[in-house]
Design a protein around this ligand. Structure first.
Ligand SMILES: Cc1ncc(COP(=O)(O)O)c(C=O)c1O
Length: 387
């Protein structure tokens, strides 16, 4: 499909201007069809599907995913989402009293909660590294992370692309320095997969948690967990089931996670269709186009508000999603949205998140292949009225 017709690959509610792919990324029709075809195949002969064929299908899907993220299929396992993957890592990390888990102050709220709970249960402690503000040097980010490490640091948990601020963090450098100190690293990567090149062999982290249903455009409920060889033997599943291969082949670490009781693996098996979709358009072209659009939106919003973004205007710092500071406003009560976010939806049918972070009010714009210049014009018009 061409640049001008690619948006037709999605079946959107035409009344909605969807600028929140970063939270919930809808998949194109071809991916939804692939998912449905897998479910149909399962429904036609469940015994044959689950017991004789499913493990082979999962291996083939992992191999395709492995090509995309430069990992061996033997080190990948499908899970429902990045949240599940992160819970598995927290459960599998041996923490003793007094140990420390180091996170940055840009981490996702649910991830902080997962590790807070893991620490509370084992007498360990959370340490939060405050990253420089503004972010202008990757070395300074790495230094800020390690300035907060101590001999008790067991694991560093860091986003590849952050959620509130949409910043690409230097995960490869963080892993290199952590390895030298004998500290494990878990990368929270749901936004990075597809948005930026992910090369797991080069990054060489201990764990990588991701969701396929964000920038990769996989079906909802398609996530994965990468575990390095050095950690696979200590993986603990989130749900205890048979703990072995359903087809009776010798045990692999993924078996504990592949069979969490009976469930439809169609979202995982449709991930190759999502990769095919992006590759047929051109992954580099997808990155170039969506970054250019996010960058232009960021500039226009900064011109409107007069507030400088926190990173340089470069694809080294953000990809298809950009966060822009907004004039201050009161933080809404827990569970409620910012009034501006409600207003943009109710009056203008624009879905875009307004995030409160460190006492700052931020607007996060997501651009995918279905985003058009007209969508950004409409956002700007709405913001001009609202601000
Ligand atoms: C950085 C980050 N980590 C983890 C998650 C959780 O992803 P999921 O809801 O797909 O598990 C999100 C979701 O937006 C996120 O932004």
């Amino acid at each position: 499909m061409s640049v001008s017709s690619i948006h037709k690959a999605w079946q959107f509610d035409p009344a909605t201007i969807y600028l929140n792919h970063g939270s919930f990324g809808p998949s194109p029709a071809v991916v939804q069809n692939a998912r449905q075809a897998w479910t149909l195949q399962l429904e036609r002969q469940p015994m044959d599907f689950f017991v004789r064929r499913m493990e082979g299908y999962l291996e083939a899907a992992s191999a395709r995913l492995g090509q995309f993220v430069s990992a061996d299929a033997a080190d990948l396992c499908f899970v429902d989402n990045a949240t599940t993957a992160m819970n598995v890592v927290a459960e599998s990390t041996l923490l003793n009293e007094g140990d420390e888990v180091l996170l940055t102050d840009h981490e996702y709220g649910a991830v902080m909660r997962i590790w807070r709970r893991a620490c509370e249960r084992r007498g360990a402690r959370i340490v939060v590294a405050r990253l420089p503000d503004p972010l202008i040097s990757q070395e300074a980010i790495v230094d800020a992370v390690f300035a907060a490490s101590t001999p008790r640091t067991r694991i560093i948990v860091v986003s590849h692309v952050t959620s509130p601020t949409a910043v690409i963090l230097p995960v490869e450098q963080i892993c290199r320095r952590a390895r030298a100190k004998g500290i494990a690293v878990c990368i929270d990567g749901p936004h990075a997969v597809a948005m930026v090149p992910v090369d797991l062999r080069k990054i060489d982290c201990d764990y990588y948690c991701a969701s396929g249903h964000k920038w990769l455009c996989g079906p909802f409920g398609s996530g994965f967990l990468y575990v390095s060889r050095r950690r696979q033997s200590s993986i603990v599943p989130p749900v205890i089931s048979w703990g072995g291969s359903v087809s009776g082949r010798p045990f692999r670490w993924q078996d504990e996670l592949n069979w969490l009781g009976t469930r439809d693996p169609a979202p995982f098996l449709a991930i190759p269709a999502a990769i095919d979709f992006l590759e047929s358009y051109g992954v580099d072209e997808f990155r170039r186009q969506t970054h250019a659009m996010a960058s232009a939106a960021r500039r226009r919003i900064a011109d409107l508000t007069g507030l400088a973004p926190f990173t340089p205007d470069s694809a080294a710092w953000f990809g298809s999603m950009a966060t822009c500071p907004l004039p201050d406003g009161e933080s809404p009560p827990p569970g409620r949205r910012d009034p501006l976010q409600n207003q943009l939806w109710e009056r203008h049918r624009i879905e875009i998140p307004v995030v409160h972070w460190h006492g700052r009010r931020l607007l996060r714009v997501s651009c995918h292949l279905y985003t058009t210049a007209e969508h950004i014009d409409l956002l700007m018009e709405a913001l001009r009225t609202a601000l």
